[in-house]
Design a protein around this ligand. Structure first.
Ligand SMILES: [Zn+2]
Length: 515
């Protein structure tokens, strides 16, 4: 070793470390995340992904902060990471543009020891099947098959055989709502680093099992049984000797492709442990299939409003679930709001306080700004994207508040119509946290009823609710799956095919990317 080089290692402190840590691994970061419904007329364009490039990618992950331990364990080469709110299918043009921009970086900066692939797994693209499978295949063409890829996903994503083959380690969330999202991403990165640092490289075995079940997320929350026990078994299964990770995907119910179904995958070096563990998880899922029920009582909208009005529990939350924008609904279906405004109970200013979140209406937002807070305003909102169930809704009321600067909504106004406070947005936005309401001068805790375009309540709303019902309203993410017309999913599929036989739940070993 040349004197200068010895000095360099001494200074860096590397001289005391084992040989394989002399060089930090080079790891690329890439990924696109969206949950997109093919049963919604909405389309998603490139801007919706808020793509981050290069160093800006680190800001999406607390564990990649400048001084975080993981940041120092590799030479990270972020390409592009984009996350969109759920919505309609992604246009082919947006997908191609984002994929090509992603590939620019690895083309210039390779070779890599590893790649962290951060996806949701339920992206639908117009005219393209299995987009995540297509995406990873195109990444492999650039980085080659030797690079170790570790993938993290949403448990509502889909795992095609192609995606399973091209990734080396794969995992997903173990909680719904996804309170463990960041922990899951960190686990995927840590697994990748551990395999590279130990010199073990790719796990030798990847077991995959298709579980022919397709259920909405609102029946498979891990807050309640049987989802709770099913998912509680995943972490202990994943820390057994010979196993690197284990995961169960519920899959995504509002797209119509052969890959839409539940999947179990286990990766590791011990063939027997990997296959046995995958088969145990798949069998336990199949066994409880009849026990999945909605996370809250359900009813028609009329039944839900009757129940809320009669209840002494305030606030009474009603999920307007068919157009839940965080599952892929257009978010601008006016049917529910139209029905609420027809009800005589809400016609008077001093009637029961109902907050409606929310409806996009850019023209009405402009009119409200022109009118100013406290003044009357009248105009139409919603049904630009999805007018299948009701036309734009006419709101005639008083401007209660105006707020600027939200990342998704851009501008939000509250229009009070009778005793109903309607949140009207420039662009669609999910309302998941208390501050989303209080910043608009609304007090959900003191209101009688809060109707939100959502499925299961996110934690803050769940904590706030005195009572809750899931209204089975129409929209692109109709919770009543049997009302949807599937043509391409695999059959038989639970619960669509009554009396189906027990499926083959034996583990299939997926070949490594280089085989
Ligand atoms: Zn999800």
């Amino acid at each position: 070793m040349k004197p200068l080089l010895i000095l360099h290692f001494l200074l860096a402190g590397y001289i005391f470390l084992p040989a394989q840590t002399l060089r930090l691994p080079r790891i690329a970061i890439a990924g696109l995340g969206i949950e997109s419904s093919t049963f919604s007329p909405a389309l998603t364009t490139e801007e919706a992904f808020h793509a981050r490039y290069g160093k800006d990618v680190f800001k999406a992950y607390p564990f990649f902060a400048e001084d975080a331990p993981l940041r120092k364990q590799a030479v990270w080469v972020p390409a592009l990471v984009g996350k969109s709110l759920p919505g309609g299918a992604v246009t082919r043009q947006a997908y191609e543009s984002l994929v090509n921009k992603t590939l620019d970086s690895p083309k210039k900066n390779g070779p890599f020891d590893g790649l962290y692939f951060d996806i949701h797994g339920a992206m639908s693209v117009v005219g393209l099947e299995d987009p995540e499978g297509d995406f990873i295949t195109r990444i492999r063409k650039v980085i080659g098959t030797k690079t170790l890829i570790s993938t993290s996903m949403d448990l509502h994503g889909n795992v095609s055989w192609r995606l399973a083959q091209h990734t080396d380690i794969i995992t997903c969330y173990r909680m719904a709502p996804h309170e463990d999202a960041m922990e899951t991403k960190q686990r995927a990165v840590t697994n990748l680093l551990n395999r590279l640092a130990s010199g073990k490289g790719k796990p030798a075995y990847k077991a995959r099992i298709v579980v022919p079940i397709l259920l909405p997320g609102e029946k498979t929350s891990t807050r309640i049984e049987p989802g709770k026990s099913l998912y509680q078994a995943v972490a202990p299964a994943s820390v057994q000797p010979g196993i690197v990770d284990a995961a169960i995907w519920i899959g995504y119910a509002w797209a119509d492709e052969p890959r839409n179904h539940a999947v179990v995958m286990v990766t590791g070096d011990d063939r027997e442990a990997v296959t046995r563990t995958a088969e145990q998880l798949a069998a336990s899922f199949w066994k409880v299939r009849n026990e999945f029920v909605f996370v809250a009582p359900t009813g028609t909208l009329a039944e839900s409003l009757d129940k809320a009005l009669a209840s002494s529990k305030k606030p009474f939350f009603i999920s307007d679930s068919g157009d839940n924008p965080t599952a892929g609904g257009a978010g601008d279906v006016t049917w529910t709001l139209t029905e609420i405004l027809k009800r005589p109970e809400f016609k008077e200013q001093n009637g029961p306080v109902l907050i409606y979140a929310s409806i996009p209406g850019p023209e009405l937002v402009q009119k409200a700004i022109a009118a100013g807070v406290g003044n009357p305003v009248e105009g139409y909102a919603g049904a630009k994207v999805d007018s299948r169930y009701a036309p734009p809704v006419k709101l005639s009321g008083t401007v209660h508040s105006i707020e600027y600067g939200d990342k998704d909504a851009e501008v939000e106004v509250v229009v009070k119509v009778g005793s109903v406070y309607v949140i009207v947005t420039q662009k669609r936005k999910p309302y998941h946290n208390e501050i989303d309401f209080t910043r608009l001068g609304l007090q959900p805790r003191k209101s009688d009823i809060a109707v939100v375009k959502i499925g299961y309540l996110q934690p803050e709303l769940y904590d706030m609710r005195a009572d809750w019902i899931l209204a089975l309203t129409p929209g692109g993410v109709d919770q009543n799956l049997e009302r949807l017309e599937y043509k391409h999913i695999q059959r038989p599929m639970y619960p669509f095919d009554k009396n189906m036989k027990d499926p083959d739940l034996s583990a299939k070993l997926v070949p490594l990317a280089d085989e």
